[in-house]
Design a protein around this ligand. Structure first.
Ligand code: 6GU
Length: 232
């Protein structure tokens, strides 16, 4: 998979060279390129924002650098090869594990990280001529820009690409993959500061362990995230 990120703070993404995704990058599974939006400006001050038409607080990102960046990164490929262009936005659809699964099947993702009060609306319209545009939010709270959201999305998507996570089975039993939260985990010692591991986990009875874990998943989900359970 190829991923291009456009941001005025490219160094935010230095962390993606670490650990799992770093290895995926060095083995070639993931071709991740981070770009500075200011490289597509032409004035002395490398200006990327301006005041909003109609007035109001804050600044809006100018369309010209975005247009030039998209032109360079999205070669006018045949329709089938067009990228998915993601603009992180608190006004977007909410990003879920299903979104991550869907995006993990794409050949080319482009993330456009906005700052200030947003990006000139015409950029989204123009991008729609070049690929599939998605405005995506991490959840119902406000961040200062799209960078942290993009990091989260790249990590969630990246680990689903075949070969990125060493043991594919570790992807299966996780929170959200089956619509339930994960069961609790324990390791040695079996007694620690007077707290013991549930007996069933030491029993060697695999059927009983599976039942206990499932019950724990349902109970945790009911307590912490009742919104994830079907109404029945
Ligand atoms: Cl994707 N962007 C910003 N700026 N704030 C957010 C968000 C995204 N998701 C939640 N809050």
């Amino acid at each position: 998979m190829r991923i291009d990120v456009v941001s005025i703070f490219p160094s935010y993404f230095d962390g993606l060279t670490l650990s799992l995704l770093g290895r995926a990058r060095s083995t070639g599974i993931l071709d991740l390129n981070v770009h500075d939006l200011r490289d597509w400006t032409h004035d002395r001050h490398r200006t990327v924002d301006d005041t909003p038409y109609g007035g109001g607080a804050g600044m809006v990102m100018k369309p010209e650098p975005w247009g030039a960046a998209l032109d360079d990164l999205v070669s006018r490929e045949p329709v089938a090869a067009r990228p998915t262009i993601i603009f992180p936005s608190p006004a977007g659809e909410v990003f879920t594990q299903a979104t991550a699964r869907e995006l993990s099947t794409r050949e080319h993702l482009v993330f456009g990280c906005g700052r200030y009060e947003g990006i000139d609306e015409r950029v989204f319209e123009y991008a729609a001529d070049l690929g599939e545009v998605r405005l995506v939010s991490l959840g119902d709270y406000v961040l200062n820009g799209g960078e942290v959201a993009t990091m989260a999305m790249i990590e969630a998507v990246g680990r689903l690409i075949p070969g990125v996570v060493g043991n594919p089975e570790s992807l299966v039993e996780e929170s959200h993959e089956d619509g339930l939260l994960e069961y609790p985990s324990y390791t040695k010692p079996s007694s620690w500061r007077e707290r013991t591991v549930p007996d069933v986990l030491l029993s060697g009875n695999h059927a009983a362990i599976a039942t206990w874990r499932r019950d724990q998943q349902i109970e945790r989900t009911r307590r912490r995230r009742p919104d994830l359970l079907p109404d029945a």
